[in-house]
Design a protein around this ligand. Structure first.
Ligand code: FES
Ligand SMILES: [Fe+2]
Length: 371
């Protein structure tokens, strides 16, 4: 057992969220979207901490991030979400190219300096890099490369990305709790019997018991678990389902859950579909969860296999929604408790070791920024 390092006040004091924005989220690499969503000239509005951004691919296909503010008279260029075509300001229709340079200016004779040197009026840019399909942004000017920041998770994300080709389910929904409550909830299975006894507890395919998952806490910031599939279930899946589904790029015989610090989780069972969730801290007691279920391509899939996959996807959509609602309710109850909590949390060995790891990572990151 250990004592929680993130004190109750850190979950409920609005001033502390501002501190996290400035110290933690600005220094970290933040997941902002998937690369395949931007192909074909799309752009995405996304908010990281208190900064509104636009993400798009440049002419060379490299992801770029710009401040979502028009160089003319400061209108926000687009809302959050995915948009078609080039960035065009809704106020006076200045249009920006993929490098963030204003190239279309109505009544351009009124702006000779801009027309003569448009690059001087480009959108402010932030560090933006990708690990496979996963695009990340760092707001602070200096810091590690994405690969150094991610460590072994860089290879995991690249490998998982190969073959990803579609979003088969996506939603954005609020949870009435601090973002750290929601992350911590995703890091342990200890609550499953109490909170998910009608959902997770009924799932087939996973080995039972608290002892089954293997924790990986080697990285100081990120962590993941590997939870082997039940051997009997797996044998029947291999016999009855897999030959029809066909082959996919990276097949493994377990469930895995990764936390990419601070607020991205990537989970998968066997690698034919990935659940990617971004936890946006919208207020001290509110988290917007952006959830994507991402499918991969198959080789040699039969018509029956395609039907099976449709069923798997639709079952998983319903399942995800129910589990999400159950976790949302309990996170809300935790936030209510935190509003008058006095003592630090008590964190169990083994079953909650990823929560303790998250607390250490959080504290280390804030201390590094303070130093
Ligand atoms: S504020 Fe954007 S074009 Fe005028
Ligand atoms: Fe849960």
């Amino acid at each position: 057992m250990t004592t929680g390092l993130i004190l109750p006040d850190f979950y409920r004091n609005p001033a502390h969220l501002v501190h996290e924005y400035n110290a933690l989220f600005k220094a970290a690499w933040n997941f902002v979207g998937m690369r395949f969503e931007l192909e074909g000239g799309h752009h995405r509005g996304v908010k990281v901490a208190d900064t509104n951004l636009i993400i798009q691919l440049d002419k060379l296909g490299k992801p770029r991030a710009y401040r979502n503010v028009c160089s003319h008279r400061h209108a926000q260029l687009c809302d959050q979400g995915l948009h078609n075509g080039p960035v065009r300001c809704p106020y006076h229709s200045w249009t920006y190219d993929r490098e963030g340079i204003p190239i279309g200016i109505p009544q351009q004779q009124a702006f000779p300096e801009v027309v003569a040197n448009p690059a001087a009026y480009r959108l402010q840019e932030f560090a933006c890099e990708a690990a496979g399909q996963f695009i990340f942004v760092r707001l602070s000017e200096n810091g590690p490369s994405l690969q150094d920041y991610l460590g072994e998770e860089f290879d995991f994300l690249c490998r998982a990305s190969t073959g990803m080709n579609s979003v088969h389910d996506e939603f954005r929904q609020d949870v009435e709790a601090n973002w750290k409550v929601v992350i911590e909830n995703s890091l342990e299975g200890y609550h499953v019997p109490a909170v998910h006894n009608k959902t997770f507890m009924q799932v087939e395919g996973m080995q039972r018991g608290y002892e089954a998952p293997i924790d990986h806490l080697e990285h100081p910031l990120h962590s993941h678990i590997v939870h082997p599939a039940d051997p009997e279930w797996l044998a029947s899946f291999e016999r009855r389902v897999e030959p029809k589904l066909g082959k996919w790029h990276w097949r493994f015989a377990h469930y895995t859950h990764h936390l990419i610090f601070p607020n991205l989780t990537v989970t998968s069972f066997m690698g034919y579909s990935y659940h990617v969730q971004r936890f946006e801290p919208t207020a001290i007691d509110r988290t917007t969860v952006h959830s994507r279920s991402i499918g991969v391509g198959f080789e040699g899939q039969s018509a029956v296999g395609t039907k099976m996959l449709e069923h798997i996807y639709s079952d998983s959509k319903q399942f995800t929604e129910r589990v999400f609602a159950e976790d949302g309710q309990i996170c809300k109850a935790v936030q209510l408790g935190l509003s008058s909590a006095v003592n630090p949390a008590v964190i169990g060995h083994g079953i909650e070791s990823r929560v303790a790891h998250f607390h250490r990572a959080y504290q280390a990151m804030l201390q590094a920024e303070a130093a």
